[in-house]
Design a binder for this molecule. Structure first.
Ligand SMILES: [Zn+2]
Length: 97
């Protein structure tokens, strides 16, 4: 194992073949959306083997989990707002009659 120092994180993010190591996957999943290291993201986008490993390892799920929470809250808030609007419309409709 030749541990090449990574460009950005200081660890060995890729192995001798240029494929991501577990540390590389961790760095990708930890990075915020759009801020992942370019070299890693570009390699995964072009390498089917790394894509399969990422899906099998659940790294993709781990990366998506934090981004789903705000969406869930947004969905709940939107649903609540729609419910309130419906109630107000109902009250207004009954008053107009
Ligand atoms: Zn690869």
């Amino acid at each position: 194992m030749s541990a090449r120092a990574g460009d950005e994180s200081g660890g060995a993010l890729v192995d001798g073949r240029g494929c991501l190591t577990p540390a590389g996957f961790a760095a990708l999943s930890r990075a915020p959306v759009g801020r992942a290291p370019d070299t890693l993201a570009a390699h995964v986008a072009a390498c089917p083997r790394c894509q399969e490993r990422m899906l099998a390892g659940g790294a993709a799920r781990a990366a998506r989990a934090p981004t789903r929470k705000p969406r869930l809250w947004l969905g709940l808030a939107l649903a609540f707002g729609a419910l309130l609007l419906a109630l107000v419309a109902l009250v207004l409709a009954t008053r107009l009659h």
